[in-house]
Structures are given as C-alpha cells and as structure tokens.
Ligand binder design. Structure first.
Ligand SMILES: [Zn+2]
Length: 541
C-alpha cells in the first residue's frame, strides 16, 4: 500500500526509532560514524591514488563540516582541464574493481527479489498504518506567484551550492567484495575536499529521514523491516541482490534524509543548487520492497518532501544507466512529479522503462523514458536526447525544482553500465538542467561502480553547479554529432510524449517529423573528429 500525504498525518513511530534526530540545527557537530573509516578497503586506496589524492588524508575534520575546515577567503582551485582529462583517463582505464566480485545487474528480474520485509525476523508487529489521501496536484494559475529567484546576497555567492554528506553512510558494508561499497562515497568526498570544491560549497547538516518522510513512499512494514534487518552486533549477510550490515538501516535513513535536506535547502533559498553524496542508492526501491542495492527511494522521497514544502511541480531526471523503476512506480500517477529517465533498455536490469510507460490519468505525459537500444553510447547521444526531447518536455512541464538521480554507471569504465559518458558529458547534462526552475537543481548520487570514474564525473557536475554562481542561465555546451544508433530511442520517446506536449514535441511525433528534426540536429552539430574534412593539400595519414 502506498501512503502519501502530510507527514503529520501518518508519521507514527514505528517499531524502532529513527537513528538520528532531525531537529533543526544549522551547524551541528559531525555525528559519530557508526563504523570505522573504510580506509582498509583496498579499492579506496587505489582509487585515491588514481585520482592523485592522499590516501592518508584525514577522513574527518576535528570539528564542523564533514568536508573540512571552513573555506578560505578565496576559493583556491577549480577542477582544471588537466584534472578533468586525468579523471577521464582514469574513467576509461581499468579501475580498482578488478578484484571485486561484480554483482551483475544486467539481467531483467524474472522473479522478484526476496522482500526486505522477510529480513525482519522477529521484528515487532507494525502499528496499523493510517491510510491517507493522495496528495493532490497544485494547478498553477496564470498569475500564480512563482518561487523567488531573486539573486542571493553577495556574501552567499561563494557558497551558493549546498553539499551534504555523512560518513555514517559508509557503515552500510557488504559481507564481501561488492561494487556498491563504502569507497564510492568516501572517494568522492575526498576528491571534493582535495580539489577545493567542498570548501567552496555550503555544508548542509546531514540528517536521517524521519518515519513520516519515509511513509510518504514506503509501507510501514517495509520501513520497519529495513530498520530491523541487521541489529547491532549481527553479522552482515546477503539476501537476493541486497546485502545487510548493522549500519544498513542508519545509512539508508541518512541517504534519504540527506537528499531531502539538500532539496529543501534549495527550495528554501538557503542555497541555489545542491549535491548530495549518498549511499545506498534509492531509485530501484519500491513502496514495499528493497531491490537493486536500494532500500529507500531517496529521490522520490525528496520530491515528495519538496511538494510538502511548497513546490508545485518537481522534475526528476535520472541519468543512471539503469531505469529507476522505483521512482517510476511511485510517481507514475502523479501529475505534480515528472520523471525522466535515460537508461539502457532491451532487457537490461531491471527490464522496465519502455517509452510507452508515459504516465497514467492526469499524469499522462509526465513519465518520459529514453531507453537506449545498445551500449557504448556517450556524450553526444545523451546531449541529443536532452536537446531533442528531454529539455523541450521539461520546459513545458515548467518545474519549480529539479532533482537529479545522478547515477554515474553510464560512465566510461563502469563495470556494470557498458556506456561511454565522460565527466564532460555529465557536466553537459547538468548545465542544461540549470536552465530549468530558476536554476533550482539538486543532484543526488545513485549508482556508479567504478569508484574513481564516479568521483570524477560527480566532481565535474559539482564544478558546473559552482560555476553558475549568480543563478543565470549558463551557455549550452558545444554539440557533437550523435550516433544514428541513438535515434530509435529518442524517436520512441518523442512519439510517446508528443500527444501530451503537442506544442513542445508535436512536430517530432511521427517518423517523418522526427527524421527531419534529427537531420537538422546532426547537420548543426560538430562532425566527429575522425570525419572532419582535412585542409586542402593535407597529406593523408
Ligand atoms: Zn544504476
């Protein structure tokens, strides 16, 4: 059963208390980590080395922000071209995943994974959940007052980007080698500290999601089952495609709470944009089931929290290589939350995300799936999908807030994704999204299993967030010519959306219209480097 509505109406305490208080405190001390720092993870040391970071760098500052000491008067560094090139090189090479048992997510689910609820064991019975009404959409009147996009005070410009992280999320630890490991977030946090980006951001206090927040999307049984899945002192274990450790419940609550907190910081005007470094990921998590490494649906929950806080329309864009079946299931009938996913189709895990899944009832046209028909696609193809379908539909939806399910397993070198997106490609998508919703954009980490590539790609996105300090629309990145193999997925998405967004996508709704638009797009794009004409008289190589 899906529960929605105001937190106060169904925020009953469950069988186990939330591990942390969410009492407002703008600058609380760093909470104690529930597990020793994972520097013993050989993947972490290798990835730090790959990224030219100090393996022995302090993992936690003595006090204050989890990202280190207060920022210097001037931001000392940017992610330089050389650093990006180095990161791209790392991304394209073999990562430290070589010795890791890769838990493949490439096959569609034939039989549902064991519900996390089964892991509850002797969990106490749940109090009866109070059914609540579906949260209604808020129509936007022609003269409706929009959320403020007034410029930030000059003193805030250097910290217009909120960053949230808690090393407690590293306490969700697998019983053996696994791609979804603590180093994913530890390395990213270390990179942002090392390159100075964290110091240029506004550190948002991490917090755990409350019962009331989780119940907006999840059943009471599911929340209780996750809370009780691996008590303190118990041994970690695998169940289906999930693993559980004593730190799992608190990490899952922290991930959901931190994404919501980042989104609310942007919505409130505390920050312009935000990045949430979180794990475990969330976009596969269903109302009553954990799956695909996900326990609570972090981004869907943040979207619902934003709705509660006053955003009339929330756009969720998911560029994780896997379809976010959990987000789609939780929002498919909601006209107030539009979900856009770019993912591998054709039976790739989880096997959902066909373009015809366009939304139901009043939400028709508010679920957009670009399902790539093969791997190996990269920056140019993602840019084309954004330029031809995603951005026109998103502008027509006219969101108040953009949340990004920022999975980086479409990055070159990822052990699961098989795609070829570079840090510059993820930056390009982020740059486009900043033109929506007055620049109110929050990114939240989802997948990404090449630790160093994930860190490099995420840092490239943070750099874009930092670059746009005044909230103005940034320029589009130069376009490259996409592979024709991307056309079927983009055409199918356009055809599915065109009836619902006729002004934005109507001309692309049939084969002839799409072919013309695709031709125009490719003609205007830069040709691939190998196809550029040689200068007259140049010798053939
Ligand atoms: Zn993924």
């Amino acid at each position: 059963m899906r529960l929605r509505g105001a937190a106060g109406r169904h925020g009953a305490r469950l069988g186990r208390s939330a591990p942390r208080s969410d009492a407002p405190n703008p600058h609380p001390p760093l909470p104690p980590s529930p597990a020793p720092p994972s520097t013993s993870d050989p993947a972490l040391g290798q990835a730090l080395s790959d990224l030219h970071l100090e393996p022995g760098a302090p993992r936690r500052p003595p006090s204050g922000s989890p990202f280190g000491a207060p920022p210097p008067a001037r931001a000392p560094s940017r992610l330089t071209r050389a650093a990006l090139a180095r990161a791209a090189s790392v991304a394209s090479g073999s990562d430290s995943d070589a010795g890791v048992v890769v838990k493949k997510l490439e096959e569609p689910v034939v039989e549902a994974a064991a519900p996390a609820d089964e892991a509850a064991g002797a969990a106490p019975p749940a109090p009866p959940a109070e059914p609540v009404e579906t949260l209604p959409a808020v129509p936007r009147a022609p003269n409706e007052t929009r959320l403020s996009t007034a410029p930030l005070q000059p003193s805030l410009l250097d910290q217009a980007v909120a960053l949230v992280y808690d090393p407690g999320m590293e306490a969700h630890a697998p019983p053996g080698p696994h791609v979804e490991r603590p180093a994913r977030v530890a390395v990213l946090a270390a990179l942002l500290r090392s390159n100075g980006m964290a110091a240029r951001c506004r550190a948002v206090a991490p917090r755990a999601a409350t019962d009331g927040e989780l119940l907006r999307a999840h059943s009471a049984d599911h929340v209780r089952a996750v809370d009780a899945s691996c008590p303190p002192g118990a041994a970690s274990y695998d169940r289906g495609d999930m693993f559980y450790s004593p730190g799992t419940a608190s990490a899952a609550r922290l991930a959901a709470g931190c994404v919501a907190q980042a989104a609310l910081a942007v919505l409130s005007g505390e920050a312009r944009r935000a990045f949430a470094i979180v794990r475990p990921p969330g976009h596969h998590a269903q109302c009553a089931r954990a799956q695909g490494f996900c326990f609570f649906n972090n981004v869907a929950l943040a979207a619902m929290a934003a709705r509660e806080a006053g955003a009339a329309r929330v756009l969720v864009v998911d560029f994780d290589v896997h379809h976010g079946d959990g987000i789609q299931a939780l929002t498919l009938d909601r006209p107030d939350i539009m979900y856009v996913s770019l993912h591998r189709g054709g039976g790739f895990y989880p096997g959902t995300g066909h373009p015809v899944e366009a939304g139901t009832g009043a939400a028709a046209g508010r679920n957009l799936n670009v399902a790539w028909t093969r791997g190996g696609l990269g920056d140019a193809e993602y840019d084309a999908a954004f330029d031809l379908v995603v951005m026109p539909a998103a502008r027509a939806f006219d969101p108040d807030l953009v949340l990004v399910a920022a999975g980086f397993d479409a990055a070159a070198g990822d052990p699961l994704g098989g795609m070829a997106v570079t840090p510059a490609g993820f930056a390009s998508m982020t740059r486009r999204l900043l033109t929506l919703a007055g620049g109110r954009v929050t990114l939240a980490l989802e997948g990404g299993y090449n630790v160093s590539a994930t860190a490099a790609c995420a840092a490239a996105c943070v750099e874009v967030l930092l670059a746009d300090r005044d909230g103005g629309p940034p320029p589009d990145a130069p376009r490259a010519r996409p592979s024709r193999d991307a056309a079927p997925a983009i055409a199918a998405a356009a055809a599915a959306m065109a009836p619902h967004w006729p002004a934005a996508l109507g001309p692309l709704g049939d084969a002839a219209g799409f072919k013309a638009a695709w031709g125009d797009y490719c003609a205007a794009a830069k040709p691939p480097r190998a196809l550029r004409p040689r200068a007259p008289g140049a010798a053939a190589a």
